[in-house]
Design a protein around this ligand. Structure first.
Ligand code: ADP
Ligand code: MG
Length: 333
C-alpha cells in the first residue's frame, strides 16, 4: 500500500520523465530569484547546549520585491538577516544572493559582497551611523571604498538624503537628529553603493508609530524609486499590512505567507484583499497552525487523503475516520 506521500513522489517522478525541462525545474531550486535560501540550518553551539536557530528554512525572494518578515521573538529572524548580510554563515544548507553562494566565499569575496551587493539597517539607531560624522559624511563613507569619484560621491549622498527626506540633516551628526531621521539617514547610507538587496531588522522597533511610518515610507522609496529589493523584519502590523507579501517564521522555518492584492468592491472602491497560505517546503512539509490542530485535537500523527482537488487532513481517531460509509461518529464507543 502506498502512502499519500509516496503517491506524490511517484507523481513527481512521472512528470519529470516527461522532459528535461521538468527535470531541470526540480534540480535548480530558485533559479532566477535574487535570494535563495535552500534548507538553511544554523546551530549555535554553546557550552553543553545547542540552539537550532534555523531548522531547514526555505525562502525565495524575487528581484524588486518588498517583503515583510514577522515571527515571535527567538524564531530566527535576526539569524537569517545576519546570514543574508554576509556577517554569519549557515551550518548547513545553501544561501545564494544575486548568484553568489554565501557559504562558499572567502574573506575578500565576503567583504566585497557586503560592500557592493547588500545594505543593512539595524534596530539600534546607534549601530547604523558613525556618531562623529555628519549625515552626509556617513552616506559618503561606503562610497570611498568602491571607486566613486569624490564629486560624484558628494552628489550621490545629497541625492539620497533628498529622496529619503532628510536633506535638512546633511550637516548634522546623529546626536542632533531624531530617531526617525537617523534611521532614514541609515537607509541612505545602506543604499550608497547601490546594493541589489536592502535588509532592515526591526528598523522601526525603537520609534513611535508616526515616525515608524516615515521610516517605512523611506524603505518603500528605496524599493520603488531606487530599485532595491527590500526585506524588512517588523513587529508592526501597520507595516506588514502595507506590503504585498509577508513571510512568517516559526521555529526557524518559514511557516506561512500572506499575499495582498487590490481588488474593486461592488461600488468600485479599491479594497485590499489578504490571503494567507501555509508554506509547502520541498520535502513536502506543511506547518499546521496551532489553532487548527488544537481545535481538531490533532497530535503526533494525522491521516491524509488525496481528494479531487485538495488534500484532506484528519485527526487520528476512530470516530473521525473517512473510511466508513459516512456514518459520522457512529463507530465511537
Ligand atoms: P529573532 O530575531 O527572531 O528574535 P534570533 O535569530 O535572534 O531570533 O534567535 C534565534 C534563536 O537563536 C534564539 O533562541 C536565540 O536565543 C538564539 N541565538 C541567537 N544568537 C545567538 C548566539 N550568538 N549564540 C547562541 N544563541 C543565539
Ligand atoms: Mg531579532
Amino acid at each position: 500500500m502506498t502512502s499519500p506521500a509516496q503517491d506524490a513522489f511517484v507523481a513527481a517522478g512521472g512528470i519529470a520523465e516527461l522532459g528535461a525541462e521538468a527535470q531541470r525545474a526540480r534540480t535548480s531550486y530558485g533559479d532566477g530569484a535574487l535570494v535563495v535560501c535552500d534548507q538553511v540550518v544554523r546551530i549555535y553551539a554553546g557550552e553543553g547546549i545547542e540552539v537550532q536557530a534555523l531548522q531547514g528554512l526555505d525562502l525565495l525572494i524575487g528581484e524588486g520585491e518588498l517583503i515583510a518578515m514577522v515571527g515571535a521573538s527567538g524564531s530566527g529572524k535576526s539569524t537569517l538577516m545576519n546570514i543574508l548580510a554576509g556577517l554569519d554563515t549557515p551550518t548547513a544548507g545553501r544561501v545564494r544572493v544575486a548568484g553568489l553562494d554565501l557559504g562558499g566565499m572567502n574573506a575578500n569575496e565576503r567583504l566585497s559582497y557586503r560592500r557592493q551587493q547588500v545594505g543593512f539597517v539595524w534596530q539600534q539607531t546607534s549601530r547604523n551611523l558613525l556618531p562623529y560624522l555628519t549625515a552626509k559624511q556617513n552616506v559618503v563613507t561606503p562610497m570611498r571604498f568602491s571607486g566613486y569619484r569624490r564629486r560624484l560621491r558628494d552628489e550621490r549622498a545629497m541625492e539620497l538624503l533628498e529622496v529619503l527626506g532628510v536633506a535638512h540633516c546633511a550637516n548634522r551628526v546623529p546626536s542632533r537628529m531624531s530617531g526617525g531621521e537617523q534611521q532614514r539617514t541609515a537607509i541612505a547610507t545602506a543604499l550608497a553603493n547601490e546594493p541589489r538587496l536592502l535588509l532592515a531588522d526591526e528598523p522601526t522597533g525603537e520609534l513611535d508609530s508616526r515616525t515608524a511610518q516615515d521610516v517605512f515610507d523611506a524603505l518603500k522609496t528605496a524599493n520603488t524609486d531606487l530599485g532595491a529589493t527590500v526585506l524588512v523584519v517588523t513587529h508592526d502590523p501597520a507595516v506588514s499590512h502595507q506590503v504585498r507579501r509577508t513571510v512568517a517564521i516559526r521555529d526557524g522555518r518559514t511557516s506561512s505567507e500572506t499575499l495582498r492584492h487590490d481588488t474593486a468592491d461592488e461600488l468600485g472602491n479599491t479594497v485590499r484583499e489578504a490571503v494567507e497560505y501555509a508554506v509547502l517546503d520541498r520535502a513536502g512539509r506543511v506547518q499546521l497552525p496551532r489553532e487548527m490542530t488544537e481545535r481538531h485535537r490533532m497530535r503526533d500523527r494525522v491521516r491524509l487523503r488525496s481528494l479531487d482537488d485538495h488534500i484532506g487532513v484528519w485527526p487520528d481517531r476512530p470516530d473521525s475516520s473517512d473510511r466508513g460509509a459516512g456514518t459520522g461518529d457512529g463507530g465511537a464507543a
